[in-house]
Design a protein around this ligand. Structure first.
Ligand code: PMP
Length: 420
């Protein structure tokens, strides 16, 4: 049975019906502190639809064995499902070939893989790695490590007061010294959608390879890596309504072919003697050891589910949510929004006057509202805005206008508790 038969695209509504969609997510039906759960922490990790939970269960219940080279039926079923998952990921990302899809643990591993296997062998002391000021730590630290290992320099393009990458500075920063541009598609802490197509195009004019951190884009935007023209693109399954511990690194095939493996072990070889090893071809060359078989199958089920809803419908619906919640928060004089870019995903980071972000989060939780507080693994962004932490409400397609209202009511309650 193919994975698509196991995880059917069961709905392609002409009108996006959030009430119906919410029924697919068992976690959303819960009562927390006597209130219906309003889950607004999707940028950290998203809830899972039944179709994903069922795909994981089926993968372990009926179709489980190790993949590749098995002659027995269960191994063949598991291999078909695992490689079928790769094809669904290929389609979801708009890659031209399944070989361009490398299964990794998540965005963090994807970036580390490119840093160590692609950039490190090609970079020299004095060369530059170009990132932006709004990056997640996962798109900063792996590059710092390469810089320490090679004597290269990390160059950072600043962001404006609205949280947008300064494109003029970006364009001026590109040179023959630039070994790679690595930027996020969507900022997790600010919600900014970067003009990555333009950024890739500018980098290409200088022959500079590009990596796009798509951890926050994949759940919200229709992706087409071919059209984007980037060399690498990374996605995390758990933010995309799929399992933890699985993600995808897209790499253009010629890039993957010229790269050294990331780790050695089983699966990534063609032949081994004590004298030498011949490596397998991509993507297997980068998947040493037994992979997260069920994870890949669950991720493919999540991708098929999201495709079934339609990313255009998701985008349009989330735009409405963002516009509404932004307007409502702007009406509160005690709330300061951090990140007001023109192009944003449905993420609102904010400060409440005179109340620590952690208190905001704790009191909202008492009202059944889950938001994240802290630096969101983006300390340089916090430094840029001169704050130690923010509260962040991040929406997914299953959130509602009523939940946005509950967030605002909850903040008003926080203000009341603190006598503001
Ligand atoms: N980049 C961005 C923009 C993120 O939001 C995150 C997760 N918060 C990551 C990278 C890292 O993703 P993961 O922890 O799934 O590897």
């Amino acid at each position: 049975m193919s994975i698509e038969a196991e995880t059917p695209i069961h709905r392609r509504p002409s009108v996006f019906d959030v009430t119906c969609v919410r029924l697919d997510f068992p976690a959303l039906q819960q009562i927390i502190h006597k209130e219906p759960l309003a889950y607004l922490d999707n940028a950290a990790s998203a809830q899972k639809p039944t179709t994903v939970i069922d795909a994981l269960s089926a993968a372990y219940t009926f179709n489980y064995s190790n993949v590749h080279r098995g002659v027995h039926t269960l191994s063949q079923r598991a291999t078909d499902a695992y490689e079928g998952a790769r094809e669904i990921a290929q389609r979801f990302l708009g890659a031209s070939r399944a070989e361009e899809v490398v299964f990794v643990r998540g965005t963090t591993e994807g970036i580390n893989l490119v840093a160590q296997s692609f950039v490190r062998p090609r970079i020299e002391a004095g060369d530059e790695i170009l990132i932006s000021e709004l990056e997640h730590h996962s798109n900063i630290v792996p590059w710092q490590m390469v810089c320490q290992q090679t004597g290269a320099r990390l160059r950072v393009v600043p962001i404006t007061d609205r949280g947008e990458v300064d494109l003029d500075v970006y364009a001026d920063s590109l040179s023959q010294r630039t070994a790679i541009v690595a930027v996020s598609h969507v900022s997790n802490s600010l919600g900014t959608i970067n003009p990555v197509r333009k950024m890739v195009e500018l980098a290409k004019q200088h022959g500079i390879p590009t990596l796009i951190d798509g951890a926050q884009a994949a759940p919200h935007l229709s992706l087409d890596v071919g059209n984007l023209g980037c060399d690498f693109y990374t996605v995390s399954g758990h933010k995309l309504f799929g399992p933890t511990g699985i993600g995808v690194l897209y790499g253009r095939l010629d890039r993957l072919e010229e790269m050294e493996p990331y780790q050695g072990g089983g699966e990534m070889i063609r032949s081994v003697t004590f004298e030498s090893t011949e490596y397998n071809s991509p993507p297997h060359k980068f998947e040493a050891g037994t992979p997260h078989i069920a994870g890949a199958i669950g991720l493919a089920a999540a991708m098929a589910y999201v495709e079934g809803l339609g990313l255009d419908a998701i985008e349009a619906y989330e735009k409405k949510l963002l516009k509404y919640v932004t307007r409502r928060l702007e009406e509160l004089p005690e709330v300061r929004l951090i990140g007001t870019a023109d192009e944003k995903a449905a993420v609102v980071s904010f400060l409440v006057d005179g109340v620590h972000a952690h208190d905001v989060g704790t009191i909202l939780d008492q009202k059944g509202i889950a938001v994240r507080v802290g630096h969101h693994c983006a300390q340089p962004v916090m430094d840029r805005f001169g704050v130690p932490a923010t509260a962040r409400a991040s929406f997914a397609f299953y959130n509602t206008i009523q939940e946005a209202d509950r967030l605002v009511d909850g903040i008003e309650y926080v203000l009341e508790v603190f006598g503001r």
